[in-house]
Ligand binder design. Structure first.
Ligand SMILES: Nc1ncnc2c1ncn2[C@@H]1O[C@H](COP(=O)(O)OP(=O)(O)OP(=O)(O)O)[C@@H](O)[C@H]1O
Length: 632
């Protein structure tokens, strides 16, 4: 497959783009608008997420809201009906006994029964629609939020990952988005429905008695306010829990990734004890949460009784001395209505833990999705690189890792790579060899100076269009969970089966694959655990042979292979390297005998020697020392 046809094959760049001019201003998509809106500062992040995505899925969102409002109305109608019925019963009873009490609503039992049945049937239908729609809405929001989080994580530059544990990221990616999704369905309903029932309910009270309605409304709203304050302090504590759980997950995943070390060091008991200790802060942070939970429950139980007592005593004070009939007429509907009023408060209290968890998780998700990447891949606005890589220049490049800005790794590097030539970097460990390959792949930008590709700053290029021409084999071969086909084709998805086989033949791995039970369809374990180091490296080399890139960056590409296999693969690599620009990072000097130019690096000094193999072994200096040491 020829190099120039590669972009089409990879479906990398849309055909409408023109190179090398900058792309036209792109129309902002609905998702981007939402993203920009979400980005604006807001303390109630969870509600913002719900609102933003709710408006995106208007039909579902407004169905839920309408049904919730209607349900609240139905609940209040039911409560009003009970009041009227009690009044009517009182009136009928009094009339029968020759007294006057209650109010005549002319409510016959069959009216009351029909309205109640209709109300309950409607309430049942509303509850069904509310639950159905809110669950679908919640799952939709969860998926969208997870997609956004994954997309953002993929956009971040490599330095974002160097100080993050996989488990911590997974907690955010799966745990937090899942919590938000789980809580949305319940919260959207109850957060709207419960306050509405309280508002409608207190309004009903005013029909019974204004003074008592005032007393009970003030008490109920005061209690509601206390619950909200408790929710805020609850949320702060839950946020700490999310931090602790994310630390624990990070640690556990880290140890699982290092399972070979744990096994070979026989440290199982040590790890068990360590993980036990690791959970101590987790138990600790739950103490204040349990206190708040207990306080909330105690306040609710006490308030339920106290508010009823307050209302009854007030009724007794107001009407007890005056008229027993008036007292009874008022007290029965008021106490019944009060039950309907405190129920939503219990419902709000029940969602406090979920609401707090969702708020804490929203803050965590915001931290991921709104972190500005240090390095942009210029996907939208970069210069499209649609030419061959003719020249590569490191112009006065200085580099310090962002994680260790005080240490200068590359001091003032001036290099020129020509098309079709091969270059090698050698030097003591830590001298910055791999750093140069990372700069070439734009994992990082130089701290000072620039890297020019065909005289264009690499920083300005659409990174995808440039990297589609670059092949990289690193010290630790990256194997993904999937079949051999998935692994070899990765990044070059349209390659045919035969092309994959051919690449594997060249990388001396075809026969090994054919000996596996399902040959090329064999699923390779997570992180390639089923493979030997050499097999992994051969697969990665096959991946690169298939890509047939213009620029090869080989960072100790054959380090895991034995000498015989290395020689065989080296000849295939030599074949692949023909007419291609190659940058080799090497420890074994034998692998770079034929390269056009060797650069010898020293920590903090940069390039201290350069020349071809023959020149350097005959010159006293670091290379000769390395060579002599390797051959002694
Ligand atoms: N992500 C990073 N953050 C901070 N410092 C780093 C990072 N990666 C590497 N370094 C440091 O940069 C220096 C150069 O590392 P580099 O991997 O380029 O060396 P190398 O010459 O390839 O070493 P080796 O031969 O052992 O592979 C080392 O001191 C290393 O500790």
């Amino acid at each position: 497959m020829d190099v120039n046809g590669k972009l089409d094959n990879l479906n990398y760049i849309e055909s409408s783009r023109i190179s090398p001019t900058k792309n036209n201003k792109k129309k902002i998509t609905a998702d981007e608008k939402l993203y920009n809106f979400m980005k604006k500062k807001h303390t109630l992040k969870f509600f913002k997420i719900v609102m933003v995505y709710g408006f995106k899925h208007k039909a579902l969102f407004f169905t839920v809201i309408s049904v919730v409002i209607f349900s609240a109305l139905l609940v209040s109608i039911n409560s009003l009906l009970i009041n009227i019925t009690l009044n009517q019963a009182q009136y009928d009873f009094a009339i029968k006994n020759g007294q006057i009490a209650g109010k005549n609503y002319n409510l016959y039992w069959y009216y009351w029964l029909s309205i109640t049945i209709a109300d309950l049937v409607l309430l049942y239908i509303c509850t069904f629609i509310r639950n159905f729609c809110s669950i679908i809405l919640a799952v939709t929001i969860e998926v969208e939020l997870r997609k956004l989080t994954i997309n953002r994580l993929l956009e971040y530059d490599i330095s974002y990952y160097s100080d993050k544990k996989t488990g911590k990221l997974m907690t955010k990616l799966v745990g937090d988005t899942n919590i938000i999704g789980n809580e949305i369905s319940g919260l959207v309903s109850w957060i709207i429905q419960a306050p509405l029932v309280i508002i409608f309910g207190t309004t009903v009270l005013f029909f019974v008695d204004v003074y008592l309605a005032l007393i009970s409304s003030i008490s109920v709203y005061l209690l509601g306010f206390i619950i909200i304050m408790i929710t805020i302090s609850y949320q702060k504590k839950v946020s700490i829990v999310r931090d602790v759980i994310s630390d624990i997950n990070g640690d556990v995943v880290d140890r699982i990734n290092a399972i070979k070390l744990v096994k070979s060091s026989a440290t199982r008991i040590y790890e068990e004890n360590r993980i036990k200790k690791l959970h101590n802060p987790y138990i600790k942070v739950f103490r204040p949460i349990s206190k708040i939970d207990g306080t909330l429950l105690a306040i609710l139980i006490a308030s339920d009784v106290l508010i009823n007592l307050l209302v009854i005593s007030s009724a007794a004070l107001l009407y007890g001395n005056e008229d027993i009939n008036k007292f009874i007429t008022v007290i029965i509907p008021i106490t019944t209505a009060m039950t309907g009023l405190t129920r939503p408060l219990w419902q709000i209290a029940a969602i406090v833990p979920g609401l707090s968890r969702a708020s804490a998780s929203s803050i965590k998700i915001y931290e991921v999705i709104f972190k500005d990447p240090i390095l942009s891949d210029n996907e939208e606005n970069g210069l499209l690189f649609d030419q061959n890589i003719n020249t590569i220049e490191f112009r006065d490049v200085k580099f310090n890792y962002p994680e260790k800005p005080e240490i200068n790794i590359v001091p003032n590097l001036k290099l020129n790579f020509e098309k079709g030539k091969s270059y090698a970097f050698v030097g003591e460990t830590g001298s910055g060899k791999s750093t140069i390959s990372k700069l070439l792949l734009r994992f990082y930008d130089p701290t000072e100076g620039c890297i020019l590709i065909n005289d264009v700053n690499l920083k300005d290029l659409n990174l995808r269009s440039y990297l589609s021409r670059v092949g990289y084999v690193e010290q630790e071969p990256q194997i993904i969970y999937g079949s051999v086909y998935d692994n070899v084709r990765y990044g070059f998805f349209n390659a045919s089966d035969e092309e994959v086989h051919e690449a594997c033949r060249k990388a001396q791995v075809h026969n090994i694959i054919m000996s596996w039970p399902e040959n090329y369809n064999t699923i390779l374990g997570e992180r390639g655990l089923l493979l030997s180091g050499g097999q992994k490296q051969r697969l990665v080399i096959a991946r690169m042979i298939l890509r047939n890139p213009e620029l090869l960056v080989l960072d100790e590409a054959t380090s895991a292979l034995d000498n015989i296999v290395e020689r065989e693969i080296q000849s295939q690599l030599d074949e692949l390297m023909k007419d291609k620009t190659t940058v080799i990072i090497a420890h074994r000097l034998t692998t770079i005998k034929n390269v056009d130019k060797i650069f010898v690096l020293e920590s903090g000094k940069g390039v201290i020697q350069e020349g071809n193999y023959k020149q350097l072994i005959n010159k006293p200096g670091r290379f000769k020392d390395l060579h002599d040491a390797a051959n002694s």
